[in-house]
Design a protein around this ligand. Structure first.
Ligand code: PLP
Length: 382
């Protein structure tokens, strides 16, 4: 796999060696249940609490405000359901039009249960219409849930402004920071946010571990009943995964500034190189403030899926913002919400880099793209 060029880091990242090494003892010898009172259990409990402190420190939280879950998806759904349980009889939930499906599927379910879901639109750069958010808040609004950074385009919402508006209305705010942590400075101590969702595998940690920040004195009903995680999330903790998440969080914290500078340079080189090499290419959300590692490039008249297959044949892993349903490609809901011309939206690819990406890999992709585009054109796949 070493000759792969892996530009799909928003899907998942390579676990760091330090993460894997830290996890191994908990998969073998340190198998005690952290809720057991014997010393063996309590020593595992200690490791769990160290990981909690590491995750808390990444976002400027107190360790007591971190609830471990199985994933970013679970954290998001726990935050939304868990908050709404204490907001009755209010029935309105405000989200954006570009949320991840973990939030989108949850709100679709809530709608079936009688909730009123209000979606706030974004502009051509994927930035939230904050004036509309302000207008749509009512005395029926139970919760506002928004993403911090978009997984498809990398566009960052103005979370400071969003938090100000929502706080002024006295309503709890949940932020999906899954794509923001490790890429931009995410601090809950500087922001009026009640809940914030995180995932380990997007920051070079393991899959199967996530966390939800729950601000002190904020009520949250569990969705899995049990005594663990201060009764906020039942189920024996995934200790190895959580220990790995702690190490990943600590390293993400340490590397944040250096990674951001290095990866932005590579991302900009990639998008400029591709756009210079092909007049069909145009960067989506180009004027947005974006996380450093993500570029989403539309190729006019091309099919993203076909391009991805050709890239994959050449050992390049990228991704499309499009889902394939019954043989026809639907442009992603994110690009549609931004009003991207369908001629470009159908041919949009996401390249997401990491600290392991290199200049050579970037240059290889820049060199490859024109030939792939010509091959597609010759095949009539345009
Ligand atoms: N939110 C965003 C913005 C994401 O990009 C993802 C994963 O792609 C998730 C939530 C879900 O995270 P997980 O894969 O840990 O469930």
């Amino acid at each position: 796999m070493s000759d792969l060029t892996y530009f799909d880091n928003n899907a998942t990242t390579r676990p760091l060696d330090e993460v894997v090494e830290a996890m191994l003892p908990y998969l073998r010898d340190q198998y005690a249940n952290p809720s057991s009172v014997h010393q063996f259990g309590q020593s595992v409990r200690h490791s769990l609490e160290c990981a909690r402190a590491q995750v808390a420190s990444l976002i400027g939280a107190d360790a007591k405000e971190i609830v471990f879950t199985s994933s970013g998806s679970e954290s998001i759904q726990l935050a939304i359901r868990g908050a709404l349980a204490f907001r009755k009889p209010r029935k309105q939930v405000i989200v954006s039009t570009v949320e991840h499906s973990a939030a989108g599927k949850m709100t679709a379910q809530l709608e079936r249960e009688g909730y009123d879901i209000v979606e706030i639109g974004v502009d051509h750069n994927g930035s939230l219409d904050c004036a509309e958010l302000e207008r749509r808040l009512t005395d029926q609004t139970a919760l506002v849930s928004m993403m911090w950074a978009n997984n498809e385009t990398g566009a960052i919402f103005d979370v400071e402004r969003i938090a100000e508006i929502v706080q002024a209305a006295g309503i709890p705010l949940h932020l999906d920071a899954v794509q923001a942590i490790g890429k931009t400075d995410v601090r809950v101590d500087k922001l009026a946010v009640s809940f914030l969702s995180l995932s380990a595998h997007k920051i070079h940690g393991p899959k199967g571990a996530g966390a939800l920040f729950v601000r002190r004195r904020t009520r949250l009903a569990p969705t899995i009943l049990g005594s663990q995680e201060s009764q906020r999330r039942g189920g024996t903790e995934n200790v190895a995964g959580i220990v790995g998440m702690g190490v990943a969080a600590e390293l993400a914290h340490q590397h944040l500034a250096e990674d951001a500078m290095q990866i932005t340079g590579l991302r900009d080189r990639l998008e400029q190189g591709i756009c210079n090499a092909s007049k069909l290419a145009r960067v989506n959300a180009i004027d947005a403030r974006r996380i450093p590692n993500t570029t989403n490039i539309g190729f006019r008249g091309l099919q993203a899926e076909a391009l991805l297959l050709l890239l994959s044949e050449s050992g390049v892993c990228a991704s499309a913002g499009a889902a394939c349903s019954s043989g026809s490609l639907e442009p992603s809901h994110v690009l549609q919400a931004m009003g991207v011309d369908p001629e470009y939206a159908h041919g949009s690819l996401r390249f997401s880099l990491s600290r392991f990406s290199t200049t050579d890999e970037v240059d290889q992709v820049i060199e490859l793209m024109p030939s792939l585009i010509n091959r597609l054109a010759a095949l009539g796949a345009r």
